[in-house]
Design a protein around this ligand. Sequence first.
Ligand code: 5GP
Length: 194
Amino acid sequence: MNFLEERILRDGIVKEGNVLKVDSFLNHQMDIALMDQMGEEFCHRFAGKKVTKVLTIEASGIAIACSVARCFGVPVVFAKKSKSINIDGDMYVAEVESFTHKNKNQVIVSKKFLSADDQVLIIDDFLANGCALQGLISIVESAGATVAGLGIAIEKGFQIGGQVIRNLGYHLESLAIVEAMNAADGTVTFRPQA
Ligand code: 5GP
């Protein structure tokens, strides 16, 4: 079992509706030593890839993305969630349905910060149905840039996103893959990783 799986077992809380709450260390209160450990692990898993930017989505992906970006020595760009329909032409835009809030947001990235020669490592906290990642991938593609890989802290392997993204041929690395979780007794089981 790796460091993140251990932490999920210790401090994660399984909620109804297939939601894993990790707000005591990842997406409300944040354990920065853990973020750095995740950053190093992603750096190791994507070693040898050319990365010029790390792209994430606000808010919970940002801290992890910063640790990864420090390791690669590149900037972080985060997609902003915007309800505005008045988006001017200087933005790349994608529509993302939120798994936790069940609403749709436009996510935007300024054209200033992604260009065709970028090699982009996409980072996020969770992967469920894959909407957030697909939105980020479409923004990279709109810029004519290349997806160097995708790194996720916690993939819920019983939801479809991981399979969809891998079937599209992308290099996806998830630090913890939850195989099953049960809100009634609070148990979480992980997919074994090499
Ligand atoms: P997807 O777009 O893959 O369906 O969902 C990914 C996004 O939804 C992540 O950016 C994350 O913010 C949120 N999310 C999905 N599942 C969970 C979960 O079980 N717990 C938490 N805290 N966030 C989740």
